[in-house]
Ligand binder design. Structure first.
Ligand code: CUA
Length: 211
């Protein structure tokens, strides 16, 4: 015997147009969507191993102030000039190279050699920044507290710009850094034409203190 129409219980299906059985086409689309979700889900790990999509270098925690100090030591060690107040550094092949993003600059300017291998360490001092190397398509999220160590071998000579692609405050649009890749035969330090003085003082980091 069936329950009266007025009585509702959890085991009796209430009446209503929404309760009609799903149309075959609807079921098909749900199945297609689900299958596609699974494909995209599977591609995340697949890309990691097959597509070269994820940074394959060293990732570790680092205190932002300690990274700043290490970067300054690196600058003191290999500085060859200055460009608009930013130190220009030319490390030897095989060196650990440091670049830090902060509101609103990239330090230092790097001079690298074509075909030489480096370990490029990237981190941020204050807030998230985005490392975009133009015109080549290299993009990284630079997060304070994390050191991204990338093993790189520059394969194109020329001037490259580091554009911040993560909104980081009022000076975001001016946050442009520089990487110069020199042909292996180019003489060392022609860059000094741009530098009035070589400073080794640590930058004033207090201005970027908002967190
Ligand atoms: Cu740094 Cu935008």
């Amino acid at each position: 015997m069936s329950a009266p129409e007025t009585l509702h219980s959890g085991i009796v299906a209430p009446q209503g147009v929404w309760w009609k059985k799903a149309h075959k086409a609807e079921k098909t689309w749900v199945a297609i969507s689900f299958a596609w979700c699974m494909v995209l889900f599977a591609m995340m790990p697949l890309w990691h191993f097959k597509g070269g999509q994820n940074p394959s270098g060293i990732r570790g925690r680092v205190d932002p102030a300690a990274f700043m100090t290490r970067t300054q030591e690196f600058i003191n060690q290999y500085q060859v000039g200055e460009d608009n107040g930013i130190p220009v550094v030319e490390p030897p092949a095989g060196a650990d190279v440091y670049m830090i993003g902060m509101m609103w600059q990239w330090r230092p300017v790097l001079r690298l050699r074509l075909g030489a291998a480096y370990t490029l360490h990237l981190s941020a001092l204050d807030v998230n920044h985005g490392f975009s190397l133009y015109p080549v398509n290299v993009n990284f999220q630079i997060v304070p507290g994390y050191d991204y160590g990338l093993r790189i071998v520059p394969n194109n000579a020329g001037d490259f710009r580091v554009i911040c692609n993560e909104f980081c405050g009022i000076g975001h649009h001016n946050m442009v850094g520089k990487v110069v890749v020199l042909d292996s035969a180019a003489p060392a330090m022609p860059y000094l034409r741009d530098s009035a003085t070589v400073t080794t003082a640590a930058p004033d980091t207090a201005k970027g203190g908002a967190r």
